[in-house]
Design a protein around this ligand. Structure first.
Ligand code: 5GP
Ligand code: MN
Length: 346
């Protein structure tokens, strides 16, 4: 089977907390993606099979392509049901903090989470965990929290409680955070876990279609428009930028998630090492960045766009006009090249 990665003391403590808990809340980061939702729903399925009452509470709406995940209909959206969400936290005797590293990542639930007296278990793969939790299981080297969840359940001797639904949710998380096993996926044990999840009944082909290959007509046209008309490529500087205004988004009836993955597209051009996407929102500009190799977009997002994230996938927010945000990004190109691309050959 797979090697042991999670600290034994953490497992013992977590086991005691799970054994003693009756009402459990699983919470994940705002704008939850497939890994956040996948790990949370997996917890609900496995702990539910164990006889616990485990509810998934999310700070805000998840992407529509996740609606088909088993159990998604039971998710409590704290933006739509704030009082109910707060009550679940108040009545919980254990909170699982999944796929986030800091309280502010749960957005509107931050206060509720901070004030919740129940013990907490953090299970996450982002850098620098900063959650006041009884148990911290943080493995930034892991490609997905859902992968860590599988290991967690196994170590808690809950392998037999992983049903087809839980398996499908964990596989969805692993597929999401590795781009369907195209990056962060060199760990051989990942595929042992995939094999176990398939044996449990996860339908990978159905998941692929739902997660990666379902688009509305408007969404397809918006992405085509963005690449054709709004993509700036700077081959000299190894960079690309895509900018979309509210007007442009409205023209294609933008719905949340429609531009998911757009920021990655310029990286397919040889010689482009990093890419930024700026999307105008009502009160700010949402920034998304991706890179290949050693180019640290997390530093860029932290220093200039009040955000952060991973080396190759980060984001932030810019409070100013869309033009100002784009101008700022362009003004950094030469310096970025000197700092981070000096040793790059192509
Ligand atoms: P995305 O570009 O998909 O919105 O975000 C990619 C990654 O960047 C996320 O997984 C998260 O780690 C990080 N991220 C995105 N937006 C923010 C933000 O506003 N603040 C911080 N600290 N990190 C962000
Ligand atoms: Mn994740």
């Amino acid at each position: 089977m797979i090697s042991r990665k999670i600290d034994e003391k953490a497992i013992c403590k977590a086991k005691r907390l799970v054994d003693d808990a009756e009402h459990i809340v699983a919470v994940c980061h705002m704008a939850p993606d497939g890994d956040a939702i996948g790990s949370s729903l997996a917890a609900a399925h496995v702990l539910g099979a164990l006889g616990k009452d485990c509810r998934v509470v999310v700070p805000d709406a998840y992407l529509s392509n996740l609606a088909k995940l088993p159990g998604a209909k039971e998710i409590v959206d704290a933006t739509r049901y704030p009082d109910f969400a707060a009550r679940l936290f108040r009545e919980a005797d254990l909170v699982l903090c999944l796929d986030f590293n800091e309280p502010r990542r749960v957005g509107r639930l931050e206060k509720v989470l901070r004030e919740c007296p129940a013990p907490k278990i953090l299970i996450d793969h982002h850098l620098h965990p900063d959650i006041d939790a009884e148990v911290v299981i943080s493995h930034p080297e892991m490609p997905a929290t859902s992968y860590l969840m599988f290991r967690f359940f196994c170590r808690l001797e809950l392998f037999n409680f992983i049903n087809a639904q839980a398996a499908e949710c964990m596989l969805a998380g692993m597929m999401t955070d590795t781009g369907n096993f195209s990056y962060n996926c060199s760990d051989p044990e990942l595929y042992i876990v995939v094999a176990e999840l398939l044996k449990k009944g996860a339908d990978k082909e159905r998941l692929y279609r739902a997660l990666f290959n379902t688009y509305s007509e408007n969404c397809l046209r918006l992405n085509a428009y963005a690449i054709l008309n709004r993509m700036e490529v700077y081959p000299e500087d190894g960079a690309a930028l895509i900018v979309l205004s509210r007007d442009e988004l409205n023209r294609y009836h933008y719905a949340k998630g429609d531009t998911e993955g757009l920021v990655n597209r310029p990286l397919s051009i040889p010689g482009i090492h990093y890419s930024a996407f700026l999307r105008e929102e009502a009160d700010m500009v949402k920034v998304s960045m991706r890179s290949v190799g050693d180019f640290p977009v997390n530093i860029l997002c932290k220093e200039y766009f009040g955000g952060g994230g991973h080396l190759n996938a980060s984001g932030g927010e810019f409070y100013g006009t869309l033009d100002e945000a784009a101008t700022l990004f362009r003004s950094l190109l030469k310096e970025n090249k000197k700092k981070y691309l000096a040793n790059v050959k192509d």
